[in-house]
Design a protein around this ligand. Sequence first.
Ligand code: SAM
Length: 376
Amino acid sequence: LVEVHESLVGILVPKAERIYDAPVFYNPVMALNRDISVLALKVLGSKRVLDALSATGIRGIRYALETSAEEVWLNDINPDAFRLIVENLKLNFSGEPEFREKKVVLRGDKTLVAMNADANRLMNEQFRYFDFVDLDPFGSPMEFLDSALRAVKRRGVLAITATDTGVLCGAYRNACLRKYLAEPIRGELCHEAGLRILTGTLVRYAAKYDLGVEVLLAYYRDHYFRTFLRLRSGAKKADESMKQLGYLYQEPSGRFDYERAFLPSKVKAYGPLWLGPLKSQEFVEELYKLSRDSPLGNAKKTPEFLGLLRDELDIPFHYDTHALTRRHGLEVRKLAGVIEILREKGYKATRTHFSPTALKTDAPFEEVLEALRELQ
Ligand code: SAM
C-alpha cells in the first residue's frame, strides 16, 4: 500500500504498475470528477449521501470531510476494498468503530457507514433514504439504475458516471442497443450524442417511477460521462422530461438536425436522446465560484473546466471545424476566427467542452460553412 493525497484527504491505495491491475481501484485522473462532485454536494447541501461503489473510499471520505453531509455511506462488494475503506476511514476520522458483520459504523460529528454488500441489495433495502446517490461503476451504470432510483428520495439527486464511452459513441453499436435501447452515432457528434443518449435513458428510467429530471450538469471529460440529476416528483414532471427526448439526424455535409418526438419521423435517426439543457446555469456558476475561491485537488484544472462549462452555449449539438473542413475539402482554420465572424454577424457562438476544435452556435449551418470559407 502507498499513501496518496487528494485535496484534504490522505488515503492508502494498493501499489500497482497499471491501475486496472490493482486489487482495489484508484484512478488519480478521476480527481477532477471527484472535485466537481464535492463542489456539487457543497452547493446542494445534501445530508444523507451514498457512495455505492467506493473502491478505496476516496470519494465518500472526501464527501464527509469537505462538505456539510451528515451521514455518508460507503460500499463495495469486494472484501479487499471493504477492508481498505475501513482502514481509510480510521486514518481520516476519530471515533470508536462499531463492527457488525460486513458493516462498520463510525460516529463523531458525522455518521460514517462502511458496507461490504452488493450495491443493488443495499440500495433496495434503503428505500428512499438518501438525498444524494453516487454511482461510479466500471463501465455502464445501467445495472444499478433501478435500485438507485429506489434508494434516493423523490426530490433527491443522482450523480452518475459512465465510462463505457465506446458503447455510447457507437464503437459497439449492439451494446448500445442492449444497454441504452438507443441508436448511437459515430463521427464528430459522438460524444455529445453519447452523453445525451445516457441522459435520455436515465430520464426514461426515472419516468417509470413518475419522476421527472432536472439536469443540473452533464459533461464529457477524460473518456467518461458524468451527470448530476435533480429528481422531480410527479407524473406531470415525468411527462415534461419525456417531452425533451427525441432524435438526431446528420447529412454527409455535416449539417445536423434534431426533433423532439417519441418516434423518429425519418428512417436514419440517432437516439432516442435527451434534447433538453445539459446544465443549470445557476448551479454551474456556483460550482465555478466555489472552485475558484477554495481550490480543491485539481487546483488549476477544475476551475478552468468549470469556466468552460459555464460559458458554453447550452443548445443541442455543435460544429467541429476540423470535421467540417475535411468534409468540404477546405484548409483547417483557427476556431477563434470562426467564432469571431459568427459573433460579428450577430449570432451566438462559443467554444464547447466536447472538443477543442468545435463550436456551439445558433447560426445556421450555411453561415458556419461560409465563415470557414471566408477564412481560406
Ligand atoms: N468511486 C471510486 C473512486 O472514486 O475512486 C471508484 C469505484 S470503481 C470504478 C468501481 C467499484 O465498484 C469497484 O471497486 C468494484 O469492486 C465495485 N463493484 C462492482 N460491482 C459491484 C456491486 N454489484 N456492488 C458493489 N460494488 C461493486
